[in-house]
Design a protein around this ligand. Structure first.
Ligand code: SF4
Ligand code: SF4
Length: 118
């Protein structure tokens, strides 16, 4: 299984980190040198800016998560990195919990699954 996060859409909610039963995701501070260390193609790597439509949707939502925070602190913030994609068991938990709708999973047959927020 290959898993990556489209970084400019990631709100830092950490839902993926919380729900994945096999620890595919880690939260990284935005300035971390490892922030682009998953399989995301070049156009979806972190280059310093979020997509405006994502910040418009989630920037003012007060749900206890540190949306768009620079650092991962207190359970949210930073950006998710799919550091352990080969362990994915395609339980789909992350796919319905991802606020940014920015998780992409490709199975060994080449089928692609994308997150759609519940
Ligand atoms: S679908 Fe894969 S990456 Fe997502 S929560 Fe389940 S095991 Fe983890
Ligand atoms: S659930 Fe989606 S938006 Fe939230 S931290 Fe994970 S990848 Fe980013």
């Amino acid at each position: 299984m290959q898993v990556y996060v489209e970084k400019p859409k990631c709100t830092g909610c950490a839902h993926c980190f919380d729900v994945c039963p096999v620890a595919v995701f880690q939260m990284h501070d935005r300035a971390s040198p490892d922030v682009n260390s998953d399989a995301a193609p070049a156009e979806w790597q972190w280059k310093g800016e979020h997509l405006p439509e994502v910040t418009a949707k989630w920037g003012n939502v007060q749900d206890g998560h540190h949306h768009f925070a620079e650092k991962f602190e207190g359970g949210s913030g930073g950006i998710s990195v799919a550091v352990n994609g080969p362990s994915c068991i395609l339980c789909q938990a992350c796919l319905i919990e991802c606020e940014g709708e920015c998780i992409v999973i490709t199975d060994d047959s080449g089928n692609t699954y994308r997150s759609v927020y519940k």
